[in-house]
Design a protein. Structure first.
Length: 364
């Protein structure tokens, strides 16, 4: 790679800082859009701090389904941010202003050479046009390389007289881009091995290197990163109530209550008449513990079999688990807990006006 080559990345927070027209910013900081019409994004203006800076290359990352996308890059020594980012400025007005500068515009191309652009400030405008109702796109980010540089500089002097933006220089740039992309992949290998920075599509593979702890559970990328971060704590704490609570909370989004045999049995010995009921609810053997999960207000409660499969990896050897998924209940001597899945209410007075007694209605 050229020794003085610099790279500017527009990912995550940079996508949020740009000016958007109809585009949505997802929770994981990606620009998305669905349906027909035009979506526009003006990237944050980059100041190279050097007048007449020469620009080299722009690479866009994203997916586009049934969409046409246009990339417009312009450079100028004039700072246009005040005009471009004015609240009342429309997307068409922004494009019109950029067309007055030296610019490049490409359609359905994610790799652009910027050799013809010169200027201190770089302006990037992306427009996506959806043609159908199910059109969808996602922009992950982009990066820009500067200053201009070519492998032609390493060739004999006779090849260097053709100048910039000629056929031979562009031809060499294709080979140069392939080489630099491969070199960049090698440079990014440490990032692929870091659970915080590895791309989402590589997370399952990275997680599989640490063991088959997932057991076909459908974890989101955020959950996998959390698991990898706390992996040592989880592995060392297998068989403990704390880790079991953490794994259940990670899977279903709420904390469960774990009730071990000794916690209630020794206390109930002092009482009379309720031991049989408690044994029915929480188990009769010392090797049994109860996990109670309140699902009374969950729209989509977890499947009991799937949750038990997850818990198998974290239940101590020789112990039996009694899993209780609490729903709304008003039956005594069952898992009915006041202010959890049941409540006392003030009885309303009956209104007898309009009632005709007889048949199915009996007083007394």
């Amino acid at each position: 790679m050229m020794e003085n080559r610099k790279q500017v990345n527009f990912y995550r927070l940079a996508l949020a800082e740009g000016k958007r027209f109809r585009m949505e910013l997802s929770d994981d900081y990606r620009l998305t859009g669905t349906g027909g019409g035009v979506f526009t994004w003006l990237a944050p203006v980059y100041d190279s701090m050097d007048q007449n800076e020469t620009w080299h290359r722009l690479v866009l990352s994203g997916t586009f389904r049934e969409c046409k996308y246009e990339i417009m890059a312009a450079a100028s020594n004039e700072d246009l941010r005040e005009f471009l980012y004015a609240e009342e400025r429309t997307a068409d007005q922004i494009e019109e202003m950029l067309r007055e500068q030296t610019f490049i515009r490409k359609v359905n191309t994610d790799d652009l050479l910027l050799h013809s652009l010169t200027g201190q400030y770089l302006y990037i405008l992306i427009r996506v046009s959806g043609a159908r109702v199910d059109s969808h796109f996602q922009i992950d980010g982009l990066h820009v390389e500067f200053p201009w540089g070519s492998f032609v500089e390493y060739l004999p002097e006779i090849y260097q007289t053709s100048g910039r933006d000629t056929f031979f220089e562009r031809y060499m740039t294709v080979l140069q881009s392939m080489y630099e992309d491969q070199e960049r992949e090698v440079d990014y290998v440490p990032d692929y091995l870091d659970y915080e920075s590895t791309p989402e599509e590589h997370l399952p593979e990275l997680a599989s290197w640490t063991g088959d702890w997932s057991r076909e559970q459908q974890y989101s990328s955020g959950q996998i990163r959390w698991l990898l971060k706390h992996l040592q704590e989880i592995q060392c704490g297998r068989g403990t109530g704390h880790v079991l609570e953490e794994m259940i909370a990670l899977s279903v989004g709420r904390k469960a209550q774990i009730l071990e045999y000794f916690k209630w049995h020794d206390w109930m010995k002092k009482g009379t008449g309720l031991m049989e009921t408690y044994e029915k609810l929480y188990g009769r053997e010392e090797d049994t513990f109860t996990v109670i999960l309140d699902t009374s207000d969950m729209k989509h409660p977890p499947a009991k079999e799937k949750l038990l499969q997850l818990m198998e990896d974290y239940i101590p050897l020789g112990m039996n688990c009694n899993l209780v998924l609490m729903d709304w209940s008003s039956h005594m001597d069952t898992h009915c807990y006041l202010d959890k899945n049941s409540r006392l209410s003030i009885p309303e007075q009956a209104d007898t006006s309009g009632f005709v007694l007889g048949g199915n209605y009996v007083l007394g």
